[in-house]
Design a protein around this ligand. Sequence first.
Ligand code: SF4
Length: 362
Amino acid sequence: MECKSLYIKSLNKEKLSFEEGLFLYENAPLSELMFLANELRKKFKPERKVGWIIDRNINITNGCFVQCKFCNFHRKINDSEVFITSISEYKEKINELFFLGGNQILLQGGLHPNLNLKFYCNLFENLKNLFPNLKLHALGPAEIIHLTKIENLSICKVLEFLIESGLDSLPGAGAEILNDRVRKIISPAKCTAAEWSAVMHEAHRLNLPTSATMMFGHIETFAERIEHLILLRDLQEKKPKYSKGFITFVLWTFQGENTVLQQQFSDSLQKVSASEYLRMVSISRVLLNNIENIQTSWLTVGKEIAQLSLYAGANDFGSIMIEENVVKSAGANYSFDASEIQKAICEAGFLPQQRNQKYEFI
Ligand code: SF4
């Protein structure tokens, strides 16, 4: 195997195998891999436009029985610090979002055993009644699997109820690394890779827009990263033609500050360097030849590396994130407002373009 023939194969829109992807990841010089990814990005997005969005995270609750080892945000169910966001708090936060020009919330939280399907359906209906133009990018495969278990319903039924109540799109949260060896160590009580995939497949069948994600740079091997990408590509291939499937792929680095994972694996945890992040963005663009958008994570890697990733296949800067608590509670501390995010994109030599949650330019 040699890199050059794989570059040509990839530029000819041929699918690379797991072995070929891993070979490129481990052997291609970074400059060549970035060049290849940039060329492939241009095939999808010939214009030099980079998307960004105004939206806000709102956490439904921090009570969670899952206790992932990388998460500082959750509290045990009986902890005095557990909160469940009230309707008046939602109102205040959503009014602020509309005032700043956004109309989408990313609604996520812990898996609280007392919050059932009826709770989420009522919440979505209430929010849509109060704010008819609001878009709900909410929950994720782990919550859906949790709801199937406590309600004894199929994935399809749970999704149908949520869509009927106002769910607009499903985030690919909780993917971390889609490999059960890794998941058993970092989040043993969370859904398996197969369950995560089953939820996404069902969402695609129901034509619910979704995103795919990856949190890397902890205990996974390079091969497991590539396996994750191939799994996403295969899932996207299986989506029905009428469905949008994965609209985007978002990848960020593990933030370890004060996490159990950091404490337990302090000797062996990886530290993702700038070049490692760029290599990962590049190989994602190369292997995910059926996912149109790749979003960089300025929140975890900072402005400069995010700017460079626009030359490694990324075409989206994501959200200004009016409120983000999960990743920030583990050490990510960068922030942008609407003018700063546009300035960062311009400085990198691209045109900032505000978009909606479906990645359509506004
Ligand atoms: S990442 Fe989510 S599921 Fe895991 S412990 Fe934190 S809140 Fe719970």
